[in-house]
Write a protein that binds this ligand. Structure first.
Ligand SMILES: [Zn+2]
Length: 232
């Protein structure tokens, strides 16, 4: 999968962890492939108890560039309680600030709570992963200094308000992702997503912003290096 991505022009990618075991796998993968970097995190819908001490140790490995995936998911029925999600988020935001790492944030139905949590942690920097909201929400998080990360969702016909955000997002504040194996572009619905398919999103972002894919690649690279500083 890494080779296929590199062949398609995707020169760097981040494998995100959603619990301790998967975070360890991401770090191992990052040690095996120079194109891969790791995120260490605990997803808001993860049922297992977070082991913050172990996450803290792992997050200090040299290939770890971000605390993620973390966040809030208030739309999923039957997941961890809102209170528990918020407690964990504050602890992980503190960890990120302490280790001077950015955060990659998952948000479903929790924009106000996330905005308030970000405001509680000065010096926190990061990205709203799989950004799926309208311009008002985009501005809220841009004002906090956050980046917006666009995925295959922008190719869905019903998502015109999201394409508006793609057009208006400042050039130095957007990122691209696949969220693979999820988040496929419209033309690949029904098959698992892969890092190589980032080009589906990149082509549309370039078209919407009126630049070439090569120009977009340069911007994306400098934005990624500005946020994920350990990738330098
Ligand atoms: Zn997510």
């Amino acid at each position: 999968m890494v080779g296929q991505a590199v062949a398609a022009g995707v020169t760097s990618m981040i494998a995100m962890g959603t619990n301790l075991e998967r975070s360890r796998n991401a770090v191992q993968l990052a040690h095996r492939h120079e194109e891969v970097w790791a995120g260490v995190g605990h997803h808001p819908l993860e049922e297992s108890e977070p082991d913050l001490a172990a996450l803290r140790d792992l997050a200090q490995e040299e290939r770890v560039v971000v605390i993620g995936e973390i966040g809030l998911d208030f739309e999923h029925v039957g997941g961890p309680s809102r209170e528990r999600q918020l407690q964990l988020l504050d602890a992980l935001f503190s960890l990120a600030t302490e280790l001077n790492l950015p955060v990659s944030i998952h948000n479903r139905g929790a924009g106000n709570e996330l905005d308030a949590a970000i405001a509680r942690h000065r010096d926190l920097r990061g990205v709203m992963h799989y950004f799926a909201l309208d311009w008002d929400w985009a501005e809220t998080f841009l004002r906090r200094g956050f980046y917006l990360s666009f995925a295959g969702l922008i190719t869905r016909p019903s998502r015109s308000e999201l394409r508006e955000v793609v057009k208006r997002c400042p050039a130095d504040r957007f990122l691209l992702e696949t969220d693979s194996p999820y988040g496929n572009a419209q033309k690949r619905m029904g098959v698992p997503n892969r890092p190589a398919y980032l080009l589906d999103t990149a082509e549309l972002v370039a078209e919407l912003r009126g630049i070439s894919v090569e120009q977009l690649a340069d911007l994306e690279r400098s934005n990624a290096l500005a946020l994920f500083q350990k990738m330098r």
